[in-house]
Design a protein around this ligand. Sequence first.
Ligand code: SF4
Length: 125
Amino acid sequence: MRCTRCGVCCQETEMLLSKEDIDRLEAKGYPKEVFVRYDDSGYAILRNRGGHCVFYNTEKTQCDVYLVRPSGCRVYPVIYDEDKGIITDSICHAHETVTEREKKRKGKIVLKLLEKIDREAANRS
Ligand code: SF4
């Protein structure tokens, strides 16, 4: 895909996090309390601050943790929709530049990731 770095995907994020994502970011010195919130079902979700992800740098208009960003951010704009299955998120300005091949490859990753995240949430609740 051809990301335009518009940052729209980092506004009011609801990105789910795996334990591996959390551990990787903690190992980089970010305390969990700063970037994780848990919902009532035990899902770990990226925190927002000021209307955008806590890691989104508004001055540089880029992700401060790009190299260690969560897995869901890596495969974005390929996402899972409960009704439609694997899709590209239409809010992404570049979603139409994702090829079918890329969508298929990332879609497999998304499904595996969600299975893992579901298991981790079930173990927490
Ligand atoms: S971690 Fe980075 S890429 Fe992911 S939502 Fe936050 S700022 Fe955006």
